[in-house]
Design a binder for this molecule. Structure first.
Ligand code: TYM
Length: 329
């Protein structure tokens, strides 16, 4: 039997964009033919920053449907909502007690998300403990994520090692899987910053459910670089390199093949080709999304995912409880 266990998660906060798709969700769908594949909509992580309850509920369903539209097949993979399985919060609590304030304070995402905020929740600070619990509950061997999650997966390995050293082999140490191309899709208006759900300038972000016509305009207005040659060179041409990566990932060709295709074209012609590809992709993707979102199957898929995940996670949680000395009820 294939011992590969894949786990990944996504927050139902904000609108999903092509960075989330290329960097994460598409990789999930691509890898699901082997091993055990578990994907989670992490609503408990989302409330680490203020959320409107109605919007959170709506986004949780929306993102679940997006994951299915991206090709995650409920016959092959498990998909569930984090708050439907209480083991995540329970293990998160235990792991809290094996992580230091110093290590948590060094998390880049915490620093970025808390900077300049009047109210910073303890949950935001503690976020990586819950993420480690998500991963460690399933003996996960691989975590496919975008580059911004690297530090959190490293922390997961650290806490697992610390726990194993103290109590004996309990957790499997997961490997980080970042795609070579597309692990960090950058914003269209500022290619020095990653495309982000929380970006205040929406012209830089391509939403998966956005009107393809208006996305076309954003691509045509994307910041390019000095010079006129379409070349893959992150140092000198970050704007063009980002568009080349987006094109290559959506068209399913390598970056060097994309570069060859556009040799001799000017920036305007190149951007027209990228806009065509993005528009074509979004039109097809949204057709699939609305079929799923309008069907009644979604709730059943999520319920089934929660039940099956709990069967696995609960064994691990009880093992951990036993290791730390909690008595049985
Ligand atoms: P989240 O919801 O911020 O993002 C979901 C996934 O999308 C990737 N991503 C990107 N990839 C490429 N380019 C970008 N511009 C870009 N922006 C986002 C992220 O790296 C991520 O893979 N902490 C996680 C959720 C989480 C999780 C987990 C992930 C909770 N528990 C367990 C893996 C395993 C997060 O906030 O992702």
């Amino acid at each position: 039997m294939d011992k590969r266990v894949v786990f990944s998660g996504i927050q139902p906060s904000g609108d999903l964009h092509i960075g989330n798709y290329i960097g994460a969700v598409r990789q999930w769908a691509k890898g699901q033919d082997a091993g055990l594949n578990i994907f989670c909509v992490v609503d408990m992580h989302a409330i680490t920053i203020p959320q409107d309850p109605k919007t959170l509920a709506q986004k949780t369903k929306e993102i679940s449907a997006i994951i299915l539209a991206a090709g995650v097949d409920p016959e092959k993979s498990l998909l569930f909502v984090q708050s439907h399985n209480p083991d995540h919060a329970n293990l998160g609590w235990v792991l809290n007690c094996y992580l230091s304030m110093g290590q948590m304070g060094r998390m880049i995402q915490y620093k970025e998300k808390s900077e300049g905020k009047g109210f910073v929740s303890v949950g935001l600070f503690d976020y990586p403990a819950l993420m480690a619990a998500d991963i460690l509950l399933y003996d996960t061997t691989e975590v496919p994520v975008g580059e911004d999650q690297k530090q959190h997966v490293e922390l997961t390995r650290d806490v697992a090692e610390r726990f194993n050293a103290k109590y004996g082999e309990t957790f499997v140490l997961p490997e980080l899987k970042i795609p070579k191309v597309g692990g960090r899709v950058m914003g269209l208006t500022d290619p020095s910053k990653k495309m982000s759900k929380s970006d205040s300038n929406s012209n830089g972000v391509v939403g998966l459910l956005e009107d393809p016509g208006s996305v076309r305009k954003k691509i045509m207005a994307a910041v390019t670089d000095s010079g006129s040659e379409v070349k893959y060179d992150w140092d000198k041409k970050p704007g063009i390199s980002n568009l080349l990566e987006i094109y290559s990932q959506l068209a399913g060709v390598s970056v060097s093949e994309s570069e060859t295709r556009f040799a001799g074209l000017n920036y305007g012609q190149f951007k027209t080709a990228v806009a065509d590809e993005v528009e074509r992709f979004l039109t097809n993707f949204q057709k699939k999304y609305y079929e799923i979102a309008d069907s009644e199957k979604l709730d059943e898929i999520l319920r089934n995912g929660a039940e099956r995940s709990y069967e696995m996670s609960h064994k691990k949680l009880l093992e951990v409880y036993d290791r730390v000395g909690f008595v049985k009820p």
